[in-house]
Design a protein around this ligand. Structure first.
Ligand code: MN
Length: 338
């Protein structure tokens, strides 16, 4: 943030505001970690603040301090609408386009509040008074730490805030291994541990929560994996029938896409997941190195994200989607094999 933005924020927060903090739909560790981290900070500073999530957070994040106070827009609709209407300040975290909040979209467009965006995705929309956008950041949680630091308040980081921010940095960096992880990230993480983040406990709570059926679903996904060595690419398909067989629960397929990249030489990994209810195929893309899955997802699959991690969707059938995908690869042979 530049000094002008910092003074704007300081001014806004120097008086009592009615604050709403919003993560993107289908919130992940970074979305929930950053919104709750900021929520604790603002509340501890005497502000009236509420986190409103477009839909429910996954179970493996429910232990997070403050999680029980999150309003779920789908389940607590009238309360959530009222809070948005009455808000004077709205923070949008870990997304940069109002279309990323599902049903909440129109309410946010009508809101009279001043918007502040904190986010690390590409191509931010222009809806906020202060847009703190930085695509080089590992996570929005790292940016919330910086935000608090810009306000000269790192001494106010409590163990609750530290636990929330640690969680989002850990999940968005694949446990500190993605290329977005910098020495600065590690310094912040070290600082968060000093301030009370329980790193081992957080790791257990987030990653060691498998059910037998999820591991069986993973087995099915790995069995379905198709490896296209000539393109350094691996992809997985999961049909609705397979999800049903293994009693799919929301969040169960989280991280499956990354297995492709653990193959020696594979640089591009994709998972196609059939969603009969929405009538679409949901797609996650991951890459190693220069190949931009953000551009790939934008160009062919109505999606986007980061250079090495992006999402998309398709209206074709599962098989047609996979065929369409495979037929695109020759166009990118050079980028994928250089
Ligand atoms: Mn993020």
């Amino acid at each position: 943030m530049n000094s002008e933005d910092i003074s704007k924020i300081k001014e806004l927060l120097s008086v009592p505001q009615k604050i709403v903090i919003i993560p993107h739909k289908n919130p992940d560790g970074d979305a929930i970690g950053s919104t709750l981290g900021l929520w604790h900070y603002l509340k501890n500073n005497g502000q009236d603040a509420t986190v409103i999530s477009p839909n429910d957070a996954p179970k493996f994040l429910k232990w997070m301090p403050g999680s029980a106070d999150i309003l779920n827009f789908e389940a607590e609709n009238s309360q959530a609408k009222k809070a948005i209407t009455e808000a004077t300040l709205i923070f949008t975290l870990d997304f940069n386009h109002l279309g990323r909040v599902g049903q909440m979209h129109s309410f946010l467009e009508e809101a009279t509040a001043t918007f502040i965006m904190i986010d690390h995705h590409q191509e931010p929309s222009d809806y906020a008074l202060v847009t703190y956008s930085d695509v080089t950041m590992s996570s929005t949680c790292e940016m919330v730490y910086n935000f608090i630091a810009y306000l000269d308040d790192t001494s106010k980081i409590t163990p609750e805030i530290a636990n929330c921010l640690y969680t989002g940095i850990m999940t968005d960096t694949g446990s500190f291994k993605f290329s977005s992880t910098t020495s600065k990230t590690h310094k912040i993480v070290a600082e968060l541990i000093d301030k009370g983040a329980e790193n081992t406990r957080i790791h257990n709570l987030v990653y060691d929560t498998n059910s037998p059926s999820r591991l069986h679903l993973l087995g099915c996904a790995l069995k379905n994996m198709v490896i296209l060595e000539e393109f350094n690419t691996a992809y997985i398909t999961l049909s609705q029938d397979e999800l049903d067989t293994y009693k799919y629960q929301k969040g169960d397929t989280e991280g499956f896409v990354n297995y492709g990249l653990t193959l020696n030489g594979i640089r591009f990994a994709v998972i196609f997941i059939e969603n009969k209810e929405e009538g679409i195929i949901k797609i996650s893309f991951r890459s190693e190195g220069d190949f931009s899955v953000n551009e790939f997802a934008r160009a062919y699959f109505h999606g986007g994200g980061h250079n090495n991690a992006a999402g998309g969707k398709s209206d074709l059938s599962l098989k047609e989607t996979a065929d369409y995908f495979v037929n695109l690869l020759p166009k990118h042979l050079k980028e994928l094999t250089k």
